[in-house]
Structures are given as structure tokens and as C-alpha cells.
Design a protein around this ligand. Structure first.
Ligand code: MOS
Length: 715
């Protein structure tokens, strides 16, 4: 395939963009016609069930499949002694069933294939595995977080230093030096991870070849639940010894991911390997919610040591953020927890660092706003403590340290409208009514308080995106890109973007997405999806119009990629926001209620107010949930999370979420995209837990420095 033309786009004339276009797939979803991954299993599909390691570290000494194979309906048991060999095994999370070594509890040690899901599950329980147990370590502590990674996610420096932090701290009028902790959190999208895999039968392929001459190169087809179809191909294909053209991944409907479907995990490899043993027959694998906690990613717990030095007027003179967190010994993932402390506020001296405990546990991964979420929780509670220490209003402390240039790069921010967000929010939330002192308002048995926090998220565009525009009959256009809509509304907003880029009505666009046969698209992650895919669509549409005019012959088409964002080298591109929270804490039980929250955001042009509002509200709910409930408990003796379902891992439900409001500033950020938009997927969760924590301090006068904020901490 030849490289597509790279187009320097011009800003799009906005007509559909900015309107509340109805969700393109709303009817399919609410009527149950949208088919999710496992619903693509044909009637004769085999069902796979995973057998997971019960030890945290060691070697399999024997696997006895006899009882499983004797069970009615069980077809085969695939383990490291008989599994197909992989061509590459560097990625130890994915290189399963290749040897007897076990790196964590929950690792796939066998796959049972059966005629029904029930038989597969019963068969899996009958596989007898013996282990030689090795010593393991599965507990994050301050003293074992000593490993210094080369870089932190996605490719940031591990440590940074500017100025003389120690001298500035000792000369400071006011100091805050505290430790903040966040819990292990587990991604829980509505649709658990699942896929249908089919390996082509070589016999059927050669028959096809002789009949048609033009052979279909696809060997392995996955109907997957993933945030990025092309990413699954580029990860799995080389490991399986296949070319990218030989693997096709489709994901038309995905029930959320929150980052856990951003990269392939071992269940996808398990299904692919199992399918390879039964060519021509589909294999259906649905990961249970219990299994998800042990194998599809989670957010590491974090310990943040934050030290702020300031003048009496609140101006920071030094800022230090040292992070201890964990990775897995089998594959590294280093959450960039201190990264927002590098860019958020002005300070002449600054030091940040990350150290990891390398544990014998499942691999941590992306969970909505990795880095910014736990990092801003810590920094924004520390800023609240600085407000108390200086006797300033929490908003004024932030205003005092606002900066128009990025302290880390020295570049101007594209749009730094943080204080406008605060000012608008303060007015709408009634901030001026807030009592100056904490523990000032008792309403019945409830202490009442208000808190704020800043939010931020980098505005990113991913490389490697391309899109295709083809003229159809009757002034209609087919617009294709392999992007995935994980429930965010991508299918809806990309059609709006395509319509405006082509200068036609939304109804004239037929959008094709979520298939690796379409032009390549980056992951639905990093709040970069719409910016990345939309820019490629605009590039293809603008080149199409330049080449083919306004009345093209049906069938003509153009594929293109977008050149870098205009501001990529000249500006530090971020979004900002201000989160307001009212918390009520019961004076006798410590129970916490959050009757209202408000987020005001500066996120560039909002392409669709309906889907954007849902994204931002969802982020606020997830931040509230992290503040009050979410916590995975690891048992260090066995290395796994003992909270493995929604009964023990609590997420905020309808009764917990009261009056939530979001609003955004009117903006048009063409430094990042020709649509004027930035990204909105993650910023809603950032700072939210800090706003809740700060409100509980204001209510009770008790400073709790960990999340979740459980009732016992207020007694
Ligand atoms: Mo998001 S954690 O980048 O899917």
C-alpha cells in the first residue's frame, strides 16, 4: 500500500459541528440490535474458558487435562505443552502458554474448548495443575519502590529538576509537606472483555484461491471488544508470525473500556491461539468480570509525597512531587503520576520523580487519565492545604500561581483559561457564600462544606491516522476510518466532522469505522480519538475536494493523512477545568454524601453538546466514585485482588450521583485540529477526587490524605 498524501488542513467551516446531532447508533443500542463482540459467534462456535494460575510465581510441574477431557462437551485443553508456538515472546503479558513459568496469579495457564460455555467452564474447573511455588512479592510499600524506570507512560521523563528546590524550600515562608495515597482501581466497563476468533481453514483458503485467483490474505479474524482495532493487529500479528494483512479485527460496538481495552491483553492471545488449533471454526471467549480484575489491567496504587514552598502571599517558590507506585515484574507500566505537577503552576524550583516496586502481579495499565488522575488528586489537595496554611481562598491560591507559559517546556499554552473556568464556576456554584473557616456549617446531623480543584489534560493528536472519502451516487459520500466508538459518540461526531469538511449534510455521509480493512486509526485513548481521526477525515475531504471538485463522479476516492497540528512545535497544548463540590459528612457515622458538583471546562470547540456533556458527566461520576468508593484490595500472600466483582468493588451508582452539572467555555482551538476541538474523554475525572476531598475537609475540619474517603476516616 502506498503512503497516503499528507495534507496541511485548513480550519473547517462549522455547520454540523457544534450541534446536538442525534446519536447515530442510539436506536440500534436501545433496541438491542447493536451486536457486541460475542454476539458475532456463529451457532457452531466453540466456547473457550480460561484456566488461571493460582500461584503468584513459580513453575507448572504438571497439568492433567484427563478429567476435563472426559467431561461431556469438552473438545480440548490447550496448555504450554501443546499450544501453538509464538514467533515472538518479548511481551510476557501476551506470550502465554509458551512455557511452564508463572509470573502472577491470574495468568492464563490453559484454555478449555468445548461445545457449550457451561461445558467449557466445568472443564476448566477439572483441569488439574500442580505448581512448584517460588517466592513472590505482591505488596507495594515505600521501601520496595526503588526501581527507576527509563521513562514513564507514554514516553515522559522519569524525573525532572529545575532550580535549587532544597534552598527554596528552606527559605519559604510557608511549607506544606504531606503524603497522599490513592487505591488500586480496576476498570469496570459495562461490557466485559470478549471476542470471537476464527483461524481460516487452509483447505477453504486454497479452494478460494483457485476459484477467484485474487486470494483473501486474512488468516485470523477477531470480532473483538477493543478501543483500537489496528493496535490489536500490530501487537498480535508479529507474535503469531503473521503479517498485518493476515489479521483482521472488527469492533463495531464496544461497551466501554476506560483504557482497559486500549491495548491487547492475554485473553485476546488465548482466543487466537485456541482458534489456531481448530481452523475453520470460530472460538468464542468471554472474560468474566471476576477474571477482569486479574488480567485486563488496573490502575496502580500511588503514594505521592508533595512538598510545596511558598511566600506568605501564596506564590509557590518550590514544588516537589515524588511518587512511589508499582509495576509488574513481567511487563513494565509506569504511571506518569507526577506529570501534571510539571506543568500546572508556576514555581521557580521544581523536582518530580517516579519510583516503582516491581511486583509479581498482573500488569497495570491505562485507566481513565493515567497519571493526571492520581497526580492531580495529590497536588490539588496539597494546594488546598497551601490555601489553609496561607489563609487564602483556595481559588485565589490557584490564581496566584497561574501561568501563561508551560513551566516545563517554556512554550506558551495554546489556551490557558483555567481562571476563567474558576470564575464562571464560582459564580454559578455560589462560592462567595462559602464560610471561610472549616467545620462552620452543621445542617441537622450533617457537616456541610464546599471544595474546589483544578483539572487538566494534555491535548494530543496521535500519528498514523488516515481516512478515505469516496463519492457515491446522489451526492452522498462514504467516509472510512478504522476508529472505534466505545460508547463515547465517535460514530456520531465523525459524521458531523465529515459533513462539514465536505460541505454536505450529515445525512449525506455514510461513515464506516472499526475495521482494520479500513484506513488505519489510532486507539480510542488519551482523549485523542476525535482530534486524531477527525483531522484525518478533514485531510481526506479537503484533498478530495481539491482533486475532484464539488460534483465528483461516483466511485472516485481519496485517501489522506493530516500533517502535524499547527501548534505542535510552538505551543504546549492542554485543556483545563475547574471542579466544584459540595460534600456533607454525617457527624456520627462519617457517611459522605455529595449533593452537587459542577465542572467548568476549557476543552476547545465542543463538536456535539449531547455526547460531550455525557463524556464530562461520566468523568465527574468516575472521579466521585474514586473519591468515595473504588478500591481493589490485594492479598499480599497470594498476589491477587480479592475484590473481584461489583459487590465488593464499589462504583458510584445512581443513588450516589445527585446534581451534576458541566459547562464549557466557547472556544475554537485550530492550533490543535481543523475542527477547533481538543479532547474531552478524560479531563472530567481529573481533579474531581481532590474537589470532593477538599469539600470534606471544609465540612469537617478533618484532612484525610487518601482515597477512597471512607466513613471511618472521619470518625
Ligand atoms: Mo484512556 S485510559 O487513554 O483509554
Amino acid at each position: 500500500m502506498s503512503e497516503p498524501v499528507e495534507v496541511r488542513t485548513t480550519p473547517v467551516h462549522q455547520r454540523a459541528i457544534g450541534t446536538a446531532s442525534v446519536r447515530a447508533d442510539g436506536v440500534e443500542k436501545v433496541t438491542g440490535r447493536a451486536r457486541y463482540a460475542v454476539e458475532h459467534a456463529p451457532p457452531d462456535a466453540l466456547h473457550a474458558w480460561l484456566v488461571l494460575s493460582r500461584v503468584a510465581r513459580g513453575r507448572i510441574t504438571s497439568i492433567d487435562p484427563a478429567a476435563a477431557l472426559a467431561h461431556p462437551g469438552v473438545v480440548s485443553v490447550i496448555d504450554h505443552t501443546n499450544a501453538p508456538r509464538l514467533a515472538q515472546t518479548d511481551n510476557k503479558e501476551l506470550a502465554i502458554l509458551q512455557d511452564a513459568w508463572v509470573g502472577y496469579r491470574g495468568q492464563v495457564v490453559a484454555v478449555v474448548l468445548a461445545e457449550t460455555s457451561e461445558a467449557a467452564r466445568e472443564g476448566a474447573a477439572l483441569v488439574h495443575v500442580d505448581y512448584e511455588v517460588a517466592e513472590h512479592e505482591a505488596e507495594l510499600r515505600e521501601d520496595n519502590a526503588t526501581y527507576r524506570p527509563e521513562q514513564v507512560n507514554p514516553a515522559m521523563p522519569t524525573d525532572t529538576t529545575e532550580g535549587d528546590v532544597d534552598a527554596a524550600l528552606s527559605a519559604a515562608d510557608v511549607r506544606v509537606a504531606e503524603t497522599y495515597r490513592t487505591a488500586y482501581e480496576s476498570n469496570n466497563p459495562l461490557e466485559p472483555h470478549a471476542l470471537v476468533a476464527r483461524w481460516a481453514d487452509p483447505a477453504e483458503k486454497s479452494a478460494e484461491d483457485s476459484a477467484e485467483g485474487d486470494a483473501d490474505p486474512v488468516v485470523l479474524t477477531l470480532h473483538d471488544s477493543t478501543q483500537g482495532v489496528h493496535g490489536v493487529v500490530s501487537t498480535l500479528a508479529p507474535m503469531l508470525g503473521l503479517t498485518p494483512e493476515q489479521v483482521r479485527v472488527v469492533a463495531p460496538y464496544v461497551g466501554g473500556g476506560f483504557g482497559s481495552k486500549g491495548e491487547a491483553h492475554s485473553h485476546e492471545m488465548a482466543a487466537a491461539l485456541a482458534a489456531r488449533t481448530v481452523p475453520g471454526r470460530a472460538v468464542r471467549l468471554a472474560v468474566t468480570r471476576q477474571q477482569m480484575f486479574g488480567m485486563t489491567g488496573y490502575r496502580t496504587a500511588t503514594i505521592s509525597h508533595v512538598t510545596l514552598g511558598a511566600r506568605a502571599d501564596g506564590a509557590l517558590t518550590a514544588l516537589e512531587h515524588r511518587v512511589a507506585e508499582q509495576t509488574s515484574r513481567i511487563r513494565e507500566f509506569a504511571e506518569q503520576t507526577a506529570s501534571p505537577s510539571r506543568m500546572m503552576y508556576a514555581a521557580p524550583a521544581r523536582r518530580t520523580s517516579h519510583r516503582l516496586a516491581q511486583l509479581d502481579v498482573t500488569v497495570p495499565s491505562w485507566m481513565r487519565a493515567p497519571g493526571e488522575m492520581p497526580g492531580m488528586y495529590a497536588q490539588e489537595v496539597a494546594m488546598d492545604e497551601l490555601a489553609v496554611a496561607t489563609g487564602m481562598d483556595p481559588i485565589e491560591v490557584r490564581r496566584r500561581n497561574d501561568t501563561a507559559t508551560d513551566p516545563e517546556t517554556g512554550l506558551a499554552f495554546n489556551e490557558r483559561r483555567l481562571m476563567e473556568c474558576f470564575d464562571r464556576g464560582a459564580e454559578r456554584f455560589g462560592w462567595s457564600e462559602r464560610a471561610e473557616a472549616p467545620r462552620a456549617t452543621l445542617d441537622g446531623d450533617w457537616w456541610v462544606g464546599l471544595g474546589v480543584a483544578s483539572a487538566t489534560y494534555p491535548a494530543m493528536r496521535s500519528p498514523g491516522n488516515r481516512a478515505r472519502v469516496r463519492a457515491l451516487e446522489g451526492g452522498r459520500y462514504a467516509v472510512a476510518i478504522g476508529a472505534v466508538d466505545i460508547g463515547t459518540g465517535a460514530r456520531t461526531v465523525l459524521a458531523q466532522i465529515a459533513a462539514d469538511a465536505l460541505g454536505v449534510a450529515v445525512e449525506s455521509v455514510e461513515l464506516e469505522i472499526a475495521d482494520t480493512l479500513l484506513p488505519s486509526a489510532s486507539v480510542a485513548g488519551g482523549s485523542s480519538g476525535t482530534s486524531s481521526w477527525g483531522s484525518a477525515i478533514v485531510a481526506a475531504a479537503q484533498l478530495f475536494r481539491a482533486d475532484h471538485g464539488d460534483a465528483p463522479s461516483p466511485g472516485v476516492e481519496t485517501t489522506a493523512a493530516a500533517a502535524d497540528a499547527p501548534g505542535a512545535k510552538t505551543h504546549a497544548m492542554h485543556s483545563f477545568g475547574a471542579v466544584f463540590c459540595e460534600a456533607r459528612v454525617h457527624r456520627l457515622t462519617g457517611e459522605i454524601r455529595v449533593p452537587r458538583m459542577l465542572g467548568v471546562y476549557s476543552v476547545g470547540r465542543v463538536i456535539n453538546p449531547t455526547t460531550a456533556r455525557s463524556q464530562l458527566l461520566g468523568g465527574l461520576v468516575m472521579g466521585l466514585s474514586a473519591a468515595l468508593f473504588e478500591e481493589s484490595w490485594r492479598d499480599p500472600r497470594f498476589g491477587h485482588f480479592v475484590t473481584q466483582d461489583l459487590a465488593t468493588y464499589h462504583v458510584a451508582t445512581n443513588a450516589d450521583v445527585r446534581e451534576l452539572e458541566v459547562e464549557w467555555l466557547e472556544e475554537d482551538d485550530t492550533l490543535l485540529t481543523p475542527m477547533g476541538s481538543r479532547g474531552i474523554g478524560e479531563i472530567g475525572i481529573v481533579g474531581t477526587a481532590a474537589a470532593v476531598a477538599n469539600a470534606t475537609f471544609h465540612a469537617t475540619g478533618r484532612r484525610v490524605r487518601q482515597i477512597p474517603l471512607t466513613p471511618d476516616l472521619f470518625l
